[in-house]
Structure formats: C-alpha cells, structure tokens
Design a binder for this molecule. Structure first.
Ligand SMILES: Cc1cc2nc3c(=O)[nH]c(=O)nc-3n(C[C@H](O)[C@H](O)[C@H](O)COP(=O)(O)O)c2cc1C
Ligand code: SF4
Length: 435
C-alpha cells in the first residue's frame, strides 16, 4: 500500500523543510487559503473524518460547533499528549515529519479562523518538542507561519507547550486547564471547549493525526480519501515485529498481526491469546474475536473500540489477572481525584485484583468487580472513569439499559480468575516473559 501519512519516514533529513518541499510538501496550504473556512469545514464533513484521539468524534461537525457570534479569539489546540498505554503514533508524525503536522495545523487553524495554535506535547517527548520547535522556525522563515501567510492576509502563530507527565492532561479540558497554568483537572461539560475553552474562548481540541488529515484530503480529493483513508496503527506486545504501521482504515486485525508488511505474527511461535485493540481503556478481544475490521463501527459492533489504535497483543503466556491488575494500577494512579467513583473505585479495583493475583482472592470478588465497574462508568466528570471500568466489565450495552456488557477481562477470562482464587496460583503454566 502507498504510504501517505508516513511517506517521509526513512527519508534522509525528513524533518528539513527543503526535503519536505521537494517531496510535495506545503502544496495543500496555498490551496486551502484560497478556499473559504466554511468550504474547509464542509470538506472535513464530506470526507467523513473522525477524530483519532480516542472518541472518534466527527471532526467537521466539531469545527462547526464554534459559535459565530462570539467576539473572543479562537484557538486550535493540537493534542499531542499521547499518554494512552500502547499508543505511539503521534510521536512518529511529529518526530519524523514535523512539517506535515505544521501544514495540517495551518490549514485547520485557517478553517476555524484561529490565529493562535498550541501543540500540547507530553513532557516525555523531549525530542518531539525539539524537532517541532526547529521545524516551526523553518516554517516562519519561509512564510508558512506568521503574518500574512503566503500573501493571504491570514496570520498564525504556533507554540509548543510541554506537559509535565500526567495522563489526565490528554483529556481535552484537563489539557486546557494545564495550558492555562493550573492543575490538569477536567471541567464539567457543557460548556464544551468549542464554546468556552482555553482562556474562556472558543477552542477546538484535536489529535495530531486528525489534524494532518486535511493536507491529504486537499491534495488528493474527498473521493480518494473515502476510498483509501489511511490510518496509523500502533502494534505492541508479543509480536515478531512491533511498531507503528500505516494501513487503510478497516484493515483486518489479523492482517495487522500476521501480515508480512505488518507485525509478522506472534513471537517465538506461540499462540495468540488476546488483543486490546484501541489503547488500554477499551475492552479486550479473545483470539477468536480478532477476525475484525479495525475501524470505528466494526470494533464497536465487536464490543470494543478503535480508540487511539494502540493495539496490544498478548500471547498464551499472559496471565489475564496480572494483565488487568497492571492496567488498573495505571488508571488508579492517574486519576486526578475530583470524582469519588474514579478516585476511590480505582484503588479498590487495584486492591481486589492484587489480592486475587497474590492468592488471597474470594469468589465473590468477581461479581463485586463487575458491579463496582458498573457504578463507576458514566458517573464521573471525564471519561477516565470509563477507561477504568471498561477493561473490567466491557462497554455500555443498550440491551442492558446502558449497563456495561460484562464482555471484557473478568467475564471473558473468568476461568483464569476463578483458577487463581481456588488454586492460589496462575493458570498459565508457561513462564511469563517479556523479552
Ligand atoms: C483520560 C483521557 C486521556 C486522553 N488522552 C488523549 C491523548 O493523549 N491524546 C489525544 O489526542 N486525545 C486524548 N484524549 C481524548 C481527548 O479528550 C479529545 O477527545 C481528543 O483530543 C479530541 O481529538 P479528536 O477529535 O481529534 O480525536 C483523552 C481522553 C481522556 C478521557
Ligand atoms: S473521572 Fe477521574 S480523572 Fe476524570 S475528573 Fe473524575 S476523578 Fe478526575
């Protein structure tokens, strides 16, 4: 498949503006500046772009929520916090092809009529921040940023803002608070950022990968995009070839795992046991559920989610009790503490899982976990509470009146949890190893 998003990866000096220009870069921006902002918003709607940051919200629709009568300046926030476990695709875009990101940000800023754009990048991405800052300076020097871009009359400044290592600052309103210099505490919505965002002004928050999409829709057309929509998938875990791969959206998960162009199968000739397809907050799929298209709708139908496309593959040596305990420790640790169900529930879940894993579990703990997860999901200020509950007990199910389906770790691998409780040891007999 032709590489579009990762075209520059592997090319010498791919971060240099002259190399980007030689490869056809900065051709979409002048075209965008000749369109109207409404035409650009319409283009994103017609192309059907959905956000790549986790929730899959339609991008054009989000942009159209900006109020027309608000006199305050508008802001574009590029969410480069990339903290969801298993997710590492935005890093590739920023570190290997920063000008593609900058071109996407300039087009998107023009589309929403923002003259200030912040890239909120996770603090650990030191290299990414340095690469972006250098590329931004090159773009100013060549007139792709700053005053009167390419003679269009449109002004734009981009600033890189480094986070300090909190997962919750990836949540859009936590990010806004953090950018304002406060603790990264998510806000109650509504009002949504499009109406009341950073500094109280209309604000659009989008993921890095989402914001590069208009470059390619403009260059290749809406129909091309619909027929070939490219997507980045982050493949990690027990694989022969882990890494970030570009494929058409909707590629079969099995092709990503076993395909020669992708992860080339399970390491050491072992058997596939389970996959978390969309970053650690989404429900797990068993090996026999992995014949599924990696897109928003197919994964939702399969009871999981595309999320941030952080696809974590586990082989037969994985202890599912230990794996879930590990995930829940992360969410409990990263809770910002504002809401009782998330702050308290996370640590209770961590404790219950810890006692099962270490041979002190009780059979009633399994239903207790499912019930507690149900009481956390949907009852918190931000979706971190859901991210904690869904791996335990699945996604909300319409047929159960919105309660969680139960289809995730605790139900799908109940035999392993019960074995741990009864036998005070792990059912997996092959030693755990991660090398
Ligand atoms: C706890 C939490 C962490 C998040 N972390 C990220 C992140 O690191 N990067 C990201 O793009 N979106 C993250 N999101 C989603 C954002 O809140 C927001 O939906 C997203 O940036 C919107 O961009 P999109 O429409 O392009 O997907 C997170 C959400 C939650 C609840
Ligand atoms: S759900 Fe958790 S992380 Fe989100 S606001 Fe509430 S306490 Fe904070």
């Amino acid at each position: 498949m032709e590489k579009v998003l990762t075209k520059m990866v592997g090319i010498e000096n791919s971060r240099n503006i002259d190399v980007y220009l030689k490869s056809g870069g900065y051709q979409a921006l002048p075209k965008a500046l000749k369109m109207t902002p409404d035409q650009l918003v319409g283009m994103m709607k017609d192309a059907g772009v959905r956000g790549r940051g986790g929730a899959g919200f339609p991008t054009g629709m989000k942009w159209s929520f900006l109020p027309k009568d608000n006199p305050n300046p508008r802001y574009l926030l590029c969410n480069a916090d990339e903290s969801e476990p298993g997710t590492c695709k935005d890093r590739v875009l920023m570190e290997e092809d920063p000008h593609q990101v900058i071109e996407g940000l300039a087009i998107s800023s023009f589309a929403i009529q923002a003259h200030t754009c912040y890239i909120y990048i996770r603090g650990e991405y030191v290299n990414g921040a340095q690469v972006l800052n250098k590329a931004i300076q090159e773009a100013y020097d060549k007139g792709y940023l700053g005053k009167n871009i390419l003679g269009s009359g449109f002004d734009l400044d981009i600033t890189v803002h480094r986070g300090a290592g909190a997962y919750i600052c990836g949540e859009e309103t936590g990010l806004i608070e953090s950018l304002e210099g406060k603790r990264g505490w998510p806000r109650i919505k509504p009002p949504f950022p499009a109406v009341y965002g950073v500094f109280g002004s209309p604000t659009i928050v989008n993921n890095v990968e989402t914001l590069v999409t208009p470059v390619h829709i403009i260059n290749r057309g809406i129909q091309w995009w619909k027929d070939n929509e490219p997507k980045l998938y982050c493949m990690s875990g027990h694989l022969n070839r882990p890494g970030v791969f570009e494929a058409k959206i909707g590629i079969n998960l099995k092709d990503l795992i076993y395909g020669d162009d992708y992860s080339q199968g399970i390491a050491k000739g072992r058997k596939l046991k389970a996959v978390i397809p969309g970053g650690s907050s989404v429900p797990v799929l068993k090996a026999d559920e992995c014949d599924v298209a990696m897109d928003f709708d197919a994964l939702a139908k399969a009871g999981s989610a595309l999320g941030s496309a952080g696809c974590m593959v586990m082989d037969e040596t994985t202890c599912m009790v230990n794996a879930l305990w590990n995930l829940i420790k992360f969410y409990a640790h990263e809770s910002c503490g504002q809401c009782t169900p998330c702050r308290e529930g996370g640590h209770w879940m961590e404790m219950v899982l810890g006692r099962i894993e270490t041979g002190r579990g009780r059979m009633e703990d399994l239903d207790l976990m499912l019930e507690t997860a149900n009481n956390i999901a949907g009852r918190t200020i931000c979706p971190l509470g859901d991210a904690l509950a869904w791996p335990i007990a699945g996604m909300p199910d319409k047929n159960k009146g919105g309660d969680l389906s139960g289809n995730s770790f605790v139900t799908k691998f109940r035999d392993e949890f019960e074995y741990h409780i009864t036998n005070k040891k792990c059912k997996v007999t092959i030693p755990h190893e991660w090398n």
